[in-house]
Write a protein that binds this ligand. Structure first.
Ligand SMILES: Nc1ncnc2c1ncn2[C@@H]1O[C@H](COP(=O)(O)OP(=O)(O)O)[C@@H](O)[C@H]1O
Ligand SMILES: [Mg+2]
Length: 269
């Protein structure tokens, strides 16, 4: 195993105006008990862009992503220090109402996990919990969310069918529709295509590219081609740190850090 200098890093700062930064972390550390899984990550995510998080298995990508909307709160023994900055608020503050916050920062998981309910109810479930009751409004949100997730044409005549009867790729697009029905600003996705076949994967990728117009997207992927196809920025994680963060084009053509170069060219470790 090659030794990499953990202090040799290259992290771009967005030189855009602050309004162009949808979300940022400042010196974020995450512990599972005494295991420090994230060791001081400071990244800025640009609005209406797709950022990929890449790196070898176990390097902390999922932990970092989950901490962005406080999903790690649900795992016993975790602690987080540092800031998660969203619209002048620190989402890591105890004062944040996590249930409310997740309307703004939504998440899609690795395995499609639709509720065992109808397609229609999958999308309206959280909306109803948040007090939306108007049938006409709910119908409209169901339609626009399914259209944005590129699923509408396939399901519009069967909205009362069980979500579990859909194919894996369709279920994952339903989960994306369910997340965007809440109209979040930020959509977090953890390897959303890893359980899908190539055709479903390319549909999910197309969906994400189209969603960029309205959302800021942060996606974990172990698929380097996917990162280079769909993302504007890429962060390379290793051992709980970010070694390099830059425009995707640079990461894949002219990385500045040896570890990144080795990883993207398949010569890592
Ligand atoms: N729920 C958990 N409880 C305890 N340790 C965890 C948990 N999830 C992840 N870890 C540990 O945190 C580190 C980072 O894991 P993870 O974020 O899943 O990496 P990646 O997504 O890059 O594969 C690993 O050492 C892993 O064992
Ligand atoms: Mg993971």
């Amino acid at each position: 195993m090659k030794e990499y200098n953990l202090d040799d890093t290259h992290i771009v700062q967005l030189n855009e105006t602050e309004q162009n930064i949808a979300l940022a972390t400042d010196d974020l550390h995450v512990w599972y008990g005494s295991n420090e899984a994230i060791k001081g990550v400071s990244l800025q995510f640009e609005k209406n862009k797709i950022t990929s998080l890449i790196g070898p298995s176990g390097c902390g990508k999922s932990t970092y992503l989950r901490s962005l909307n406080r999903m790690n709160d649900e795992i016993d023994g975790t602690s987080i220090t540092g800031k998660i900055l969203y619209k002048n608020t620190d989402l890591n503050s105890k004062a944040v109402d996590v249930f409310e916050m997740r309307k703004h920062v939504g998440m899609v998981f690795q395995r499609p996990n639709p509720f065992s309910k109808s397609i229609y109810e999958n999308i309206t479930f959280a909306l109803k919990r948040h007090g939306k009751k108007d049938k006409k409004e709910l119908d409209e949100i169901v339609e626009t969310s399914l259209k944005q997730a590129a699923l509408w044409d396939q399901v519009k005549d069967n909205l009362n069918k069980s979500a579990l009867a859909l194919s894996g790729g369709q279920q994952q697009r339903l989960c994306i529709a369910r997340a965007i029905a809440m109209k979040p600003d930020i959509l977090l996705l953890d390897e959303p295509a890893s359980a899908l076949d190539p055709i479903s994967t390319s549909k999910v990728e197309e969906t994400l590219i189209n969603l960029k117009e309205d959302y800021t997207i942060v996606i974990v992927t172990h698929n380097m081609q996917q990162a280079s196809r769909i993302s504007d920025y890429t962060a390379f994680f290793y051992m709980g740190k970010v070694f390099e963060y830059d425009k995707t084009r640079k990461i894949f053509t002219r990385p500045k850090i040896q570890a990144t170069d080795d990883y993207v060219s398949g010569h890592f470790g």
